[in-house]
Structure formats: structure tokens, C-alpha cells
Ligand binder design. Sequence first.
Ligand code: NAD
Length: 368
Amino acid sequence: MSNPSLLILAGDGIGPEVMGQVRRIIDWYGEKRDLKFDVSEDLVGGAAYDAHGTPLHDDTMAKAQEVDAVLLGAVGGPKYDVLDFSVKPERGLLRLRKEMDLYANLRPAQCFDALADFSSLKRDVVAGLDIMIVRELTSGIYFGEPRGIFEEGNERVGINTQRYTESEIERVARSAFELARRRGNKVCSMEKANVMESGILWREVVQKIHDEEYPDVELSHMYADAGAMQLCRWPKQFDVIVTDNLFGDLLSDAAAMLTGSLGMLPSASLGAPMANGRPKAMYEPVHGSAPDIAGQGKANPIACILSFAMALRYSFDQGAEADRLEAAIEKVLRDGVRTADLLGEEGATPVSTSEMGDAILAALDSSL
Ligand code: NAD
């Protein structure tokens, strides 16, 4: 059987720096765990624009459709701010998400014990936190028609439309229930069924999918505004949260920040299963290209490495190896190894991007 395939799109700014450390981890798995991947690399974002005049070449798009998973670094930077909207680096990312039809965006909020004091909430509220927000990514108010700014009488009116079909809700609900079965077996669905018809339909469809296909998973419903409060009050009550595009955008950012630095946050975007049963998938850190620290060896590679851990778990059925990688990161943090973003006010010396990679590789070695 051939090795699983990975397409690496490192992108711009700190993207190539953090992805360099992921490459070392991938090599480690090949050498030490006999877990080999066929890795190819290509350009995205500003780097692709510089080379081809487009943020995503058609050939790269075609490759992304063929591989088992895409790993993306980050795109963008001040150099490209002047470009026309149609060729901005972010358009490359959006094209990947749209053409691969990646409708379920997974954003974990996981608090490593060693970093619990980094949160703006009290240690006991966040220590050991491990929740997953599943955000619908390809429909809802960011895509619904009609949209635009129109003249109405003697003033302008801005319109966006929240629109969900049953099948769009069904597929993201299934993603959430499947995930819950691999975790704490609990799903909380969030909408605003009290004031939005799309919310009423959302609640009905999620309940139907639960009753017909996943009765073993515990399901609850919550209004999204109450959910936001509960996330700040006692986030550990949740396991998997499933919600629409707009609420998911807000709730996942809020939940993610419970845990500290942007340099720690991975994400996955999953689509429909391919012929081999694996979902279409792209894994990427939540952070951007961080132009303020790019090229200085200061970037924290952990978000990107945790994104690879998600790929191991959700694309390659290597949950135990994903656990190993996350445990190695946990150990390194417990040992006090910190990139600059994790240092706070203490004034201790930070390690560089590659030194963080060295420490994680050493922790992986010691796990054998
Ligand atoms: P950013 O995430 O790039 O940076 C925000 C702050 O967090 C910066 O101070 C940065 O130094 C810090 N930071 C981010 N990642 C870090 C890491 N791994 N280690 C240490 N510190 C880290 O967001 P921004 O500054 O708003 O955007 C910069 C560029 O990135 C823009 O062009 C933006 O459009 C783009 N962007 C891309 C993505 C993506 O590729 N998915 C996401 C967000 C922003």
C-alpha cells in the first residue's frame, strides 16, 4: 500500500518557519515510528502571487484535491495589502476551503496545565480544559443571498442573509457527533432559535440526526448568547460544540483565547469523505503570518505542530501517535521551555523556533 499523502503549503511570513519544525516532526515519525508520508510542497498566498501572479495556482488546487490532507502555514503580509481584492493572499486560502468544500471547521480549545496561568480566567476554570468547537464553514450569513449595500428611499441599507439548507445542517451535525464519539461523547448545539427561523431549523435538524443516527451521544441545545456566557463561566461543562458560521466565528475565537497564546492554537477544516473513507481535510494554525516577527526565529511552532497532530488523529487514524505528540508538547511546556509569546512578564530567556522544535523532538525520543 502506498504511503498517505500530504501537501504542505507553508505560505508567507512565519508560515515557512513554523512549517520547518513540522517537517522535522514528520521525518521523526517516518524514522522512529515507521509512519511514512508522501510529502509534496507548493506555494500559496503571497508566495504564490510572487511566483505566478495568483495566490493559488490551478495546479496547486488540483494537487490539494488529490492528497489525503493539506497542511497550511499562514498567508498574507503588508507587502500584499495593496493588491486587488481578487489576488490578495487570503483569496488562496478561501479558494482551497471553497473548492475542497471544507464545511466543518474544528477549533479545539485546549489548555495545557503549564500554561493555565496565561489565561485571563482563573486557573481552576481553565486548567485541563479540552473542548472542540465545530463551526459550519461554507454557508450561513457569510454566503447567503441577497447581500450587498442598496439604495432604499433616501438612504442606503446593508443586507446579509442567513440561509441554511437541511442537508448543510445535517452534514456538519454528523461531523460533530462523529467527533464526540472519539472524545467525551457530548454535543451542545448552539443557535438562536428564540429569534431566528434558521435557528429553529438548525435545532430541529440536529435533534433529528441525533435521534436517528447518534442516540448514544448526549445532546443538548443552548442559545448562542447564553453559550458565550457559559464558555466564560465554566467552559469545562462542554465537550463538542456545534454551531453555524457566524456564531462559530465568534465563539471559537472567544474559546480559543481562554487558553492563552495565538501561537498555541491549531485548527482543522474537514469536508465529505473521499473514496478511501478519509475526509477531505486541511489543517492549519489559527494564527496569521505574523509579519512583526517573521524571519527572526521567534515564532512559536506549536500551533502548527498541533495542527499536524490533528491530521494524525482525524485524517490518518493515528490517535495514539497524536496523543504522543501532544504529550511531548505538554512535557516541553512543563519543563519550562518557552518561545517569547509564552513568556509574559517574567523576563526569562525565550527559545527560538528551532530550539522549540529540538525540545519537542527530544521529548518524542524520550517517549519511546
Ligand atoms: P497574526 O496572527 O499574524 O499576528 C497577531 C499577533 O500574534 C502578532 O503580534 C504576532 O507576532 C503574534 N503571533 C501570531 N502567531 C504567532 C506565533 N506562532 N508565535 C508567536 N507569536 C505569534 O495576525 P495579524 O497580525 O492580524 O495578521 C498578519 C497577517 O496575517 C495579515 O496579512 C493577515 O491578513 C494574515 N492572516 C492570515 C491568516 C491565515 O493565514 N490563516 C489568519 C489571520 C491573519
